[in-house]
Design a protein around this ligand. Structure first.
Ligand SMILES: Cc1cc2nc3c(=O)[nH]c(=O)nc-3n(C[C@H](O)[C@H](O)[C@H](O)COP(=O)(O)OP(=O)(O)OC[C@H]3O[C@@H](n4cnc5c(N)ncnc54)[C@H](O)[C@@H]3O)c2cc1C
Length: 269
């Protein structure tokens, strides 16, 4: 196995099923220190049938203050790496990660450290929620006085990553509010499926994507808030062929300055 300056050996401590195509892995970091900030990612290396020592980027999903351990949430996108990793990784297996790298949420951290962050609006699609879980846990651990509005878009309730983790975070962070878009499900199917989600801090829309109006409705100081967007390129940039703007354009169209928005794309689908 490779061991270089910024590479670290990690061991799988636990595996949690999130959805039929995504799992969260708890790793023990064997190196004496591994520091990162929410928003950063690592390269995770693994041997796959077509390629030895292949790798993909994964956002660090846990609080950086949980020393010696990290979490990665890995979703199958039909490619050559994640499907193999999800089927084969077992508790006790060892892997190499490289990093941390990445500058996502840099501006958010600056606002926090300068005491200028009031409301952070985190817009995620699917596994794009991973870096935001890290940020929310960090905010809880540091007892930050920060209003966080997490807007998470998933196809159906079966694609809801962290469905069982979020109620605990809502309990620990009274300044956290959640808004969901179940883009391919009808509301009539729901029958009270939201146990553990307090109705005053959990809202959803069904059978459609988030629109600018949803953000305006849920963010009191809409134009003056800080925004971070994470997900596939379609969520961020839209679909040109059908004239559908992505979240970035929707916010800018609504009057949010571009410099108040940070983005990271997980892939091209
Ligand atoms: C900075 C960064 C951070 C990332 N963090 C995470 C993370 O925390 N969790 C996670 O599951 N994935 C994350 N990804 C994506 C990850 O690297 C893999 O691409 C993903 O797990 C799919 O692996 P795969 O082998 O199925 O598909 P790949 O072989 O990687 O890709 C197959 C196809 O799917 C597209 N694609 C890959 N991921 C996505 C996505 N999330 N949304 C839309 N299209 C996608 C690719 O562009 C490609 O067209 C991140 C990517 C980047 C660049």
């Amino acid at each position: 196995m490779r061991e270089e300056r910024d590479t670290h050996l990690v061991e799988v401590l636990g595996i949690s099923d999130e959805t039929p195509d995504a799992k969260t892995y708890d790793f023990e970091v064997k190196s004496s220190h591994f520091d990162f900030l929410p928003g950063q990612e690592v390269k995770l290396y693994a041997d796959t049938p077509p390629k030895k020592s292949d790798w993909r980027f994964y956002s660090l999903a846990s609080s950086p203050l949980k020393r010696g351990q990290i979490q990665l949430t890995i979703k199958h996108e039909g490619g050559a790496f994640a499907p193999h990793f999800l089927s084969n990784a077992r508790v006790g297996d060892r892997y190499v990660i490289e990093g941390p790298v990445g500058k996502f949420l840099t501006k958010g951290h600056r606002l926090i450290s300068e005491g200028r962050a009031k409301t952070m609006v985190l817009l995620a699609a699917s596994s794009g929620i991973s870096p935001f879980k890290s940020l929310i846990e960090y905010s809880v651990d540091k007892a930050l006085d920060l209003d966080i509005i997490l807007m998470h878009s998933v196809k159906t309730r079966s694609d809801w990553i962290y469905k069982s983790v979020l109620p605990r975070l809502l309990e620990r962070c009274s300044q956290l509010r959640l808004v969901y878009a179940f883009t391919r499900e009808r509301e009539s199917l729901y029958h009270n499926d939201f146990n553990g989600y307090p109705s005053d801090r959990f809202r959803y829309v069904a059978n459609r994507r988030f629109q600018l109006e949803d953000v305006v409705a849920h963010v009191p100081d809409f134009a003056d808030s800080y925004y971070a967007i994470c997900g596939g390129i379609t969520f961020i940039g839209g679909i040109k062929a059908i004239g559908e703007p992505g979240m970035l354009q929707k916010l800018i169209n609504g009057g949010v300055p571009r410099e108040s928005i940070e983005i990271v794309s997980f892939g091209a689908k």
